[in-house]
Design a protein. Structure first.
Length: 404
């Protein structure tokens, strides 16, 4: 860390010269996170000319102050006021109140606890079936055989998407989450696929393409009631297709990796499945699948004595906040019994994850099915990280299980 003068405001500001989207940092971000937190409450990231935040208190406060830290200029590195967005902005993620709230209220109803409860039986049945097959195999890839397979079936089924070609969903999520970051190799490589993949996705946001009994049809029901327009309904289906698959794939993958790498934690979970829900919260804290989001300042603001100007990008490191020792005891320890609630893995405030109940349900039924049938869970090789400008997760986790 070094301290250098600001853009003429007069006070000093902490500075960090590293590229947070460097592939090596993305593969293992935690040393950089510590540097960032220790540098100060907000740090000038010289490499991109924008601000970074790694401490829990400031990240949490920023997420909860949409008036000062807006989303409508984009929640990636690109400033929508200066650059044309790569796709039509989301009416949920990339809008501020009051515009945001109409879309949010429709989506909150579609993903309400009551609606989610109706999905449980189908989710459980598929988790049981899948886990039974994998235990019979003994050795498998916890990502390609489980963490990808499960969400890719149950979530689009719940939405009412036709079956087949669902691989497009993973490809689209990978593009969208890379697109929040800078134009590095990850961005460019995924954007090369964009025309083909976006065409497939956009076609599936049509009312006629969705089964009449799914969550997608329910969104179009709000258009029938005049609460949102037909176009907005399609845009909300697009939001579900963007935000609902890669996130849970990585969430389940991170849970399985953490459990396989900490055998005593797996044993504790297996012996007491009432810990399943908390084990997933601890995963979201310990290895946050959504690592970062940006905001843009709407006015000059003082953050812990550092002067930040108007119209500046602020990069919030959710994964760093979730390991801030100022907030968490033994922050770098994976402990499924700790009180993990209160993490910012699902964000916080008006943009806090609207799908968090369905994400938790998916993880819960997968982990519960495993606790029923699996005695030991161990890695048979090094997991391969899956690099993405926003998401943290694994491409491969080779494991061996023994039956109970
Ligand atoms: C959307 C987990 C963040 C997202 C992410 C990407 C896209 C959208 C939402 O939530 O399209 O609304």
């Amino acid at each position: 860390m070094q301290v250098s003068p600001t853009n003429g405001i007069g006070a000093d500001r902490p500075v960090n010269a590293q590229d947070p989207f460097d592939l090596e940092i993305l593969a293992n971000p935690y040393a950089f996170h510590e540097e960032l937190r220790e540098a100060g409450p907000i740090v000038w990231l010289e490499h991109y000319g924008l601000w970074g935040m790694g401490r829990f208190e400031e990240v949490h406060a920023t997420l909860n102050d949409w008036q000062t830290f807006c989303s409508s200029a984009g929640v990636g590195i690109s400033d929508f006021r200066k650059e044309k967005p790569w796709r039509e902005p989301s009416i949920l993620l990339e809008k501020d109140p009051p515009e945001h709230d109409r879309a949010r209220s429709a989506m909150t109803k579609v993903l309400s606890p009551v609606a989610i409860r109706k999905l449980r039986a189908d989710f459980e049945a598929f988790a049981e079936e899948l886990v039974e097959q994998l235990v019979a195999k003994g050795e498998f890839d916890a990502v390609t055989d489980l963490a990808e397979v499960f969400p890719l079936k149950v979530f689009p089924d719940a939405l009412g998407l036709e079956s087949g070609e669902r691989d497009y969903l993973l490809r689209y999520g990978n593009i969208a989450f890379n697109a929040f970051g800078p134009r590095n190799s990850l961005f460019e490589e995924s954007m090369a696929e964009m025309p083909e993949v976006a065409k497939w996705i956009n076609a599936r946001c049509d009312r006629a393409k969705l089964s009449p009994d799914g969550l997608g049809a329910e969104i179009f029901g709000f258009a029938d009631e005049g609460k949102i327009t037909e176009h907005e309904a399609g845009m909300l289906v697009r939001s579900l297709l963007t935000a609902g698959v890669d996130t849970t794939v990585n969430g389940i993958g991170c849970a399985l990796r953490s459990l396989a790498a900490h055998p005593e934690q797996w044993a504790a979970l297996r012996d007491d499945p009432t810990l399943v829900r908390n084990a997933f919260e601890e995963t979201l804290r310990y290895d946050s699948p959504v690592q970062t989001f940006f905001r843009t300042t709407t006015r000059p603001v003082d953050i812990g004595g550092v002067q930040v100007g108007e119209g500046e990008k602020v990069l919030m490191f959710l994964g760093a906040a979730n390991r801030d020792p100022r907030k968490w005891e033994n922050a770098d320890q994976f402990d499924i019994r700790r009180k993990a609630a209160g993490h910012v893995g699902f964000g916080s405030g008006v943009h806090g994850c609207v799908g968090q109940m369905i994400a938790r349900l998916e993880a819960e039924v997968v982990l519960k099915a495993l606790t029923k049938r699996v005695h030991t869970l161990e890695l048979t090789g090094e997991p391969t990280p899956k690099l993405n400008n926003t998401l943290r997760g694994w491409a491969h986790i080779p494991v061996r299980v023994t039956a109970k």
